[in-house]
Design a protein. Structure first.
Length: 331
């Protein structure tokens, strides 16, 4: 049996049309440029077959012969026990199915268990001064598009005084709380930043129908700080992005965009869980401070009416408002 291929002389990149004679048992004979180079099979180094890659025969004297995969080559490799276990797996459909199931289970375990655990541990290990500095940088960036609050100094002071009273009754928090007021055209909203900063937009203050409703929103943001959601989310998103990049490898722009969408959707699920935890924290705090969590349910209803849209829950960063309102009503 003769294999047609390309040969390379020792320490040379010049290509030679050649044939490899494998018809004799345990013997290889390379025919190139009128010469015959022979050796025992046991002394030749044969590359492990992988997919459709050419098979390489390396002779003891340095000559190299490469041949494309075909039926004859594959048959010879099997008969001479030169077929690798990877090559066997590639042609075994059952092995493909098992491998796919194992990979899927590994991805699910990583996302459901390893990723949250790692995010929590890394977030807790971040020094306080770094978290505070990070919050300052984020607020500095947001201030490029936000304006100073239009609320009166007296009104801001009243809200800060109520916050100070609440903090004396709450369990110890990982950071000192600092309340910031800003104006924006993005509607009623409030944000918790790394390091203990809470940003309250003017529209949120105006939307609240009384101090208790506004306090429930502030307590909700304190809930994010209590659970350290901001740093967890940063770590979570970063690890998730790296994981998706490792899975997709070197990819085209289309694949990159799809990978980005996948990270977005998975991260949103993490955000919804954080919102429900912050709601639960605010509900308990409202019951302790005011004896009722109805103000939280009421302000959530107002926010629902303001932000009414047809966006499905799976693409939203917040859980369904009806679910949140129902939970806030449970006293």
């Amino acid at each position: 049996m003769l294999f047609d291929g390309i040969a390379f002389a020792p320490r040379s990149s010049q290509r030679h049309i050649a044939q490899l004679d494998v018809s004799q048992a345990n013997q290889l004979s390379l025919r190139v440029d009128g010469d015959i180079i022979s050796c025992d099979l046991q002394y030749a180094d044969i590359s492990a077959p992988l997919g459709k890659l050419p098979v390489k025969f390396i002779f003891p004297n340095g000559w190299v012969f490469t041949v494309e995969r075909n039926a004859d080559v594959n048959q010879w490799l099997v008969l001479n026990k030169q077929s690798s276990w990877i090559d066997k797996l590639e042609t075994n459909w059952l092995a493909w199915i098992v491998s796919a199931v194992v990979c899927l289970c590994a991805v699910l375990i990583f996302y459901c268990y390893v990723l949250p655990w790692t995010s929590d541990k890394v977030a807790k290990a971040v020094p306080e001064h770094i978290a505070v500095s990070l919050g300052d940088k984020i607020l500095e960036g947001l201030d490029n598009s936000w304006e100073e609050s239009k609320l009166s100094v007296e009104q801001q002071q009243q809200i800060r005084q109520r916050l100070a009273q609440h903090l004396t009754h709450l369990e110890k928090l990982p950071y000192s709380i600092k309340l910031e007021f800003r104006a924006s055209d993005m509607g009623a909203n409030a944000f918790a930043l790394p390091g203990g900063k809470i940003v309250l937009l003017d529209d949120m203050v105006q939307l609240a129908e009384g101090p208790q409703q506004l306090d429930s929103i502030i307590l909700h943001e304190i809930g994010h700080i209590h659970h350290n959601h901001m740093l967890k989310k940063l770590v979570h998103s970063s690890l998730l992005s790296v994981g998706v990049a490792l899975l997709t490898g070197e990819s085209s722009g289309v694949i990159d965009n799809l990978a980005g969408l996948g990270v977005f959707l998975l991260s949103n699920g993490h955000s919804r869980e954080a919102e429900l935890e912050a709601d639960a924290y605010a509900r308990v705090a409202m019951l302790e401070r005011y004896g009722t969590s109805q103000p939280l349910a009421q302000i959530l209803k107002l926010l629902d009416e303001q932000n009414a849209s047809d966006i499905p829950e799976w693409i939203s960063t917040h859980p369904d408002f009806e679910q949140r309102i129902q939970a806030a009503n449970e006293e």
